[in-house]
Design a binder for this molecule. Structure first.
Ligand code: KG4
Ligand code: ZN
Length: 335
């Protein structure tokens, strides 16, 4: 086994087609093609996403290999996202990776998408010390995970209903924002104040719930619009700031509880919602108050990307964890 293997990584679990090339732990190239058409339908339509992956996977992989300065004959392994994700979308990446690996007679590495989000904190320095707590917040997941080493992770909390990103997207849609609403809400909230107090749900242990918030915002908006039809338009920045504040404080309160309960000193964020400016600001504030060290990925590695698949594959390669050629995608891949 090589110490510095050249690995091509492919991500196609949702609505981004992405490829990256690594030599050892060094990222040589990274290409992402995002599917903008989902803004028109207010969410990702799985069938449409699969077709778009089919169209872009070859050009994206081709560009990543070219940008890396390597040729495909230099590759030692090909990594792909096995799950969780949309089945039709995953199939495109997995089939492409396995076919290319077969033709080059090199092994494949199957990567867990959520584990990869966490390891996006290892793409660039400084990297977290072990053990650390990771708050993983994306469009499909909201989880608290203790990371013992690169590949040993223990989930200690999760959402009982909607994910944090889903809460941003669904509540944003009620306010007339396009999909995905999270980044827009973040931007618009900069011009507003969190003056509307939405209640924090009382959920046991280290679990989360966001469906109550969604319902209370919906009821609040309906009451206001009945009195003033242009309420949302006239108060959009304050509404965005208030919703964002509540989502972020729900996340941070559970993070603080988990850090205390498990006596941890290091904390990190990952996933699409870790790009949120208020969440990052709160993490810094709370970390400084408690004396924790804190980490979050660069903005380009928060949402879905193949660089995180590649760094995870590198650690799996070092352990000799290769996939069988009969391996198949798993939309509900467990931890
Ligand atoms: O990790 P990701 O790209 O895909 C999943 O694995 O789900 O996360 C996408 C989610 C979307 O819900 C999007 O609205 C949210 O991340 N998101 C944000 C921000 N950037 C992306 N939410 C809040 N603030 C942001 N700046
Ligand atoms: Zn993701």
């Amino acid at each position: 086994m090589k110490k510095d293997p050249c690995i091509l990584a492919i991500e196609s679990s949702c609505d981004d087609t992405s490829a990256a090339v690594y030599r050892g732990a060094q990222l040589l190239s990274h290409v992402i093609s995002s599917q903008d058409m989902h803004a028109l339908t207010g969410g990702v339509i799985p069938e449409v996403a699969s077709r778009a992956h089919q169209e872009s996977i070859l050009p994206v992989v081709d560009a990543a290999v070219r940008d890396s300065g390597l040729t495909i004959s230099d590759l030692d392994a090909i990594a792909y996202t096995k799950g969780p994700g949309l089945l039709g979308a995953l199939i495109v990446g997995v089939s492409f990776a396995k076919t290319l690996a077969l033709s080059l007679d090199i092994p494949c590495i199957a990567v867990h998408h959520m584990q990869a989000h966490i390891l996006s904190n290892f793409i660039e320095s400084p990297v977290p010390d072990f053990p650390f707590l990771n708050l993983t917040v994306s469009g499909g997941h909201t989880e608290l995970v203790i990371v013992h080493d690169h590949l040993t992770m223990q989930r200690i909390g999760r959402t009982l209903d909607d994910a944090a990103g889903e809460a941003f997207d669904k509540i944003g849609k009620m306010m007339g924002l396009d999909y995905p609403a999270g980044p827009q809400m973040d931007r618009i909230a900069l011009g507003g104040k969190a003056i509307y107090a939405f209640t924090e749900p009382d959920i046991a242990d280290l679990d989360f719930s966001f469906s109550g918030l969604k319902t209370s915002v919906m009821r609040f908006l309906k009451r206001q619009i009945d009195q003033d039809p242009s309420f949302i338009n006239d108060h959009l920045a304050d509404l965005c700031a208030s919703v964002q504040e509540r989502i972020c404080t729900i996340l941070m309160h559970k993070t603080e509880k988990a850090m205390r309960q498990h006596e941890l000193r290091h904390v990190a964020l990952a996933g699409g919602v870790s790009a949120n400016s208020r969440l990052r600001q709160l993490l810094v504030e709370r970390a400084q108050a408690h004396g924790w060290t804190y980490y979050y990925p660069a903005l380009s590695y928060c949402t879905d990307n193949a660089a995180m698949i590649g760094i995870t594959a590198y650690y799996k390669y070092l352990r000799g964890e290769f996939a069988e050629i009969t391996d198949t995608p798993d939309p509900r891949l467990a931890w």
